[in-house]
Design a protein around this ligand. Sequence first.
Ligand code: ATP
Ligand code: MG
Length: 283
Amino acid sequence: MKTLKIAIQKSGRLNEKSVELLKNCGLSFENYKSSLISPVSNFPLEILFLRDDDIPEYVQDGIADLGIVGENVIYETGVEVSFLQKLGFGKCSLKIAIPNNSSIQSLGDLDGKAIATSYPVILEKFLKQNKLKADIRTISGSVEISPGLGMSDAICDLVSTGGTLKSNGLKPFTDVLSSEAVLIGRKGEEDNPLIQELIQRVQSVLRAKETKYVVLNVERKNLEAIEKLLPGIKSPTVVSLADEAWVAVHTVIPERDFWERISELKSAGAQGIVVLPIEKIIL
Ligand code: ATP
Ligand code: MG
């Protein structure tokens, strides 16, 4: 079968998490910083390390079969690719931000203003949808300093914590797009069995990240109350202990309501609670 190629960011915000995800999928490869291509030794796959801006086009044109890139880059380049899986990292939003002392108060106030951005395509679309006309100043980096230099009245840039805005005397004004890293593929290739296999592996890693494995001891008489609190994949596994009045319960708990669930379990009589990370969940 043909060896696949997956394009990931060479260095930058998505590189480390992309490499970690692929390694967690059981793929074995050297993370060469100096070379563009790294072969995977235990799967018919090669990894291409690229600038993130180039990834969508490589995938659209079939130079790479798959890619990991921020949604923002896909929308900005306007390519035709298929979205295979959201990956839960690289979360950020593209926002319009204005100086703290700006007179801009409503969306309509953006009309006729100069907005600096590295995302002219997405911004243009947003302005059009809101029936606004603004002067889009496209710059490739350090967009946040442009209002201070008198180049623009507002900016449209990626924000995750908002720290960069704050330190430049700017405040968020409105959200344009929210984005995270996604696995993309070439249109029409979705049914390739190797691609399907990789998607399954990625999903099993993501599912595992969202859950914890929990083992706890409980008196048999309190078991029913504990079982009511546990979702599990099916029902929990209950194992007898040497002391017949007690059992050990094995289950998985979603990360998102983890601490709440643990305190409920304790109140219902759970003791000796052991929590373990899960590597993969294959359904
Ligand atoms: P490259 O050298 O590959 O072109 P870059 O400088 O364009 O890299 P990075 O800053 O590494 O890109 O960001 C890569 C992606 O990380 C962004 O496209 C976006 O999807 C995501 N991201 C998450 N948080 C942020 C943030 N606060 N600022 C910018 N990008 C972010
Ligand atoms: Mg880039």
